[in-house]
Write a new protein. Structure first.
Length: 704
């Protein structure tokens, strides 16, 4: 026998049967001594009397009541009209998952790396404390590490105690953990742990982390992805895969190895998951997933509703069901985005008479645009685009901006005049207008001649509107405007007749919605229902609410017929392809600062606006006819196809007659006009026509 081999064999025997046991015993003794020393140091530094006085060694129900009464925190979710999630509102990103819906492998991954004896220990793990002490002595050993704190201790520490690293706090943690396990089930403790702990990336709980890191529901995760999340509990900042991908990967590998070591994975499945790649999603705030201007508006309105009930909006697990139609919203956003030709045209004619441009517009857009879309029958807001780029400017021009409506206001005056006995064939004089320093243009009208009210309306000629205002009186017109739906205070001055008083897009939506609904008031709304986490309804829009009558049916039909002519032969000529399907009115304010189109189909009420945020002017080449009207038409054309919109019907309560366009008398070759049944024209020849033919007679003309 070779002596050297014999010696080596003896040495191996001595190593395995003598040295290793002695080494292990030494470690246990040394570790025990460490723990004993720790306890003795506590006793030495703190007297029993002081511990009892500070109630550190006692526990009762009130001490852990916040855990016993724990209720899951969840994000408030906002949905569109068809149940599509459009936003989540939170201070801390939570996605609550009850214990029974947590995948078993997720729990195994957590236990393998955090607390293997969770189901058997009384709240603290004495062996774990000893193991941690030994790890301090032998730092180099082990493929993975487990802390001394149990899951129960971590729940107590995070939900009840401060983060001070003092002996008193640690003792209090141990006492409360032992007591907690006597009154709360293991399953409940695990549920709290899985839902409440911060896991980085703004997420609290495993389901929130699944969404944030992988954009998946918890049940969709693979074991390799669960291992990544389980590894975050210890140090979420250190193991955040977006900040420290290598450390995160190493930690995930430790978790998988721990699962194998604990018997949760066999060798084959361990190797399979170990080699799988992890694909992370880019960071997203998750606050606004779609329709950001609308979401901001909803948050504002919902907060008003919930404040009366003293319920916070965020982190309350509420479900807010809105009126938004996501498909129509995308159409509206697409229309705004794809109208670069209009912005370029307006930008070319911009007059920067207000040189103090704000930073948003210097970095963003000199020309802005917005769209507000509502269901014609109900007033439900189905689409809202408050500007060209939300990231650039969060200012919502549909609800927050006050702008001059220009001729968009004229239907208010005309409808009151028609209600009080005026007819579309009444003749008015065209003349230039000066109101103080305000000199509105007269479009392309021929000065010092006459026109019918209908032609003045669809061609948006200014002087007849002012003449009507003089006849009707400003007080009556202002009362009528508020009755139709304008809530903003209007100036009591003649310039208001031509739309100089600033209003919101909602003001004009209410007015045009009233016309579209045969004179009944139109009340926009955005929230259909709010539910609490249990499904209890906290708020619901009354589906049977009745709107008040603001205008009689016959007059509303008369004004709608006038709006049809705007598209057919008036200032809405750029969208004449929609005549018959739509009706509306252009509005251009002084110096083209504001350009509007407001109108409706059988399905929708739509308001468009274009201009500059700083009230800068545009040259005379710019008007609503070639800016806001085309924008409106592009969107409405898309909706007509989607909704299969039918043609606007004929008026039910009016009578028609063929009228001479120039002189307003009955003329078989003239244009078709509608009248109140009791006010049908009878003259077959107008006095004005006879004057123009050289016959001297005395006439009275509605003059300016």
């Amino acid at each position: 026998m070779n002596f050297d081999n014999f010696l080596m064999t003896d040495l191996k025997i001595l190593y395995y049967f003598l040295y290793l046991p002695i080494r292990c015993c030494f470690k246990v003794i040394l570790g025990s001594a460490f723990v004993l020393g720790l306890i003795l140091s506590i006793v030495y530094s703190l007297t029993l009397e002081s511990l009892l006085n500070q109630k550190i060694l006692t526990a009762n129900y009130s001490d852990i009541e916040s855990i016993i009464e724990w209720k899951p925190t969840d994000n408030t979710k906002i949905y569109d009209a068809h149940g599509e999630l459009i936003s989540e509102q939170f201070n801390e990103y939570h996605v609550y998952t009850p214990y029974e819906k947590i995948p078993p492998k997720m729990i195994e991954a957590i236990m393998a790396i955090e607390d293997r004896k969770f189901w058997s220990h009384p709240g603290i793990d004495f062996y774990g404390i000893l193991r941690a002490a030994m790890a301090l002595i032998n730092r180099g050993g082990g493929k993975y590490t487990q802390g001394a704190s149990t899951i129960t201790q971590q729940v107590v520490k995070n939900l009840l105690l401060t983060k001070d690293k003092t002996i008193e706090r640690k003792l209090r943690e141990i006492v409360l953990s032992l007591y907690l396990e006597t009154v709360v089930s293991k399953e409940k403790i695990m549920e709290i742990y899985c839902n409440q702990m911060f896991l980085g990336f703004g997420s609290y709980g495993i389901s929130a982390a699944a969404k944030r890191y992988f954009d998946k529901d918890l049940k969709e995760l693979g074991v390799h992805e669960m291992a990544l999340i389980a590894g975050l509990f210890q140090l979420p900042g250190k193991y955040n895969p977006h900040k420290n991908p290598e450390a995160a990967r190493a930690r995930q590998q430790d978790v998988l190895f721990a699962m194998k070591d604990a018997g949760y994975l066999n060798q084959q499945t361990y190797l399979s998951y170990r080699d799988k790649k992890l694909k992370y999603q880019e960071y997203s705030s998750q606050t606004k997933l779609a329709a950001p201007y609308f979401v901001d508006y909803i948050v504002e309105k919902a907060t008003e509703i919930l404040s009366e009930k003293e319920i916070p909006l965020k982190d309350s697990g509420l479900k807010i069901y809105t009126t938004l139609d996501l498909e129509l919203q995308k159409m509206a956003e697409g229309t705004i985005e794809q109208s670069q030709d209009l912005y370029k045209f307006m930008g070319h004619h911009l007059i920067q008479d207000n040189q103090e441009l704000n930073e948003e517009n210097e970095e963003g857009h000199l020309v802005e645009a917005s769209l507000l879309v509502l269901d014609r029958k109900t007033g439900a807001i189905v689409s809202m685009v408050g500007g060209r780029d939300y990231e650039d400017s969060q200012f919502n021009r549909t609800s927050q901006s006050l702008r001059a409506p220009g001729s968009l206001f004229k239907p208010v005056t005309y409808s009151l005049a028609l209600k009080r006995g005026k007819n579309w064939n009444d003749l008015y004089f065209i003349a230039p207008i000066t109101i103080g320093n305000y000199r509105p243009r007269t479009e392309d009208a021929k000065l010092f001649t006459e026109t019918t009210l209908l032609e003045a309306f669809y061609r948006s000629i200014n002087s007849p509107a002012v003449s009507l205002g003089n006849e009707l009186g400003m007080n009556g017109i202002l009362r009528h405007a508020h009755k139709l739906g304008i809530k903003t205070e209007l100036k009591d001055e003649a310039a208001t007749l031509l739309g100089s008083s600033e209003v919101t897009m909602f003001d004009m939506a209410r007015v045009y919605g009233s016309f579209a609904n045969k004179g009944r008031t139109f009340s926009p709304y955005s929230i259909a229902r709010i539910e609490d986490p249990t499904g209890r309804v906290l708020f619901e829009q009354d589906p049977k609410r009745k709107n008040q009558r603001a205008l009689d049916i016959k007059t509303s039909e008369l004004i709608v017929e006038g709006m049809k002519q705007v598209l057919r032969r008036g200032t809405g000529y750029k969208i004449s392809h929609l005549s018959g399907i739509a009706a509306g009115k252009t509005g251009t304010s002084n110096r083209s600062r504001d350009n509007w189109f407001a109108g409706f189909t059988n399905d929708l009420v739509v308001i468009s606006w274009m201009g500059n945020d700083n009230q800068n002017s545009f040259s005379g080449a710019v008007s609503a006819s070639n800016t806001a009207a085309p924008l409106w038409g592009r969107f409405v054309s898309k909706t007509v196809k989607k909704l299969k919109t039918s043609y606007l019907g004929k008026p039910r309560y009016l009578r028609s007659a063929k009228i001479n366009k120039k002189y307003g008398h009955i003329d078989p070759a003239g244009m078709k006009m509608y009248f109140h049944p009791n006010r049908l024209p009878r003259k077959k020849e107008s006095d004005l026509m006879r004057v123009n033919n050289g016959e001297k007679i005395r006439i009275t003309l509605n003059d300016f």
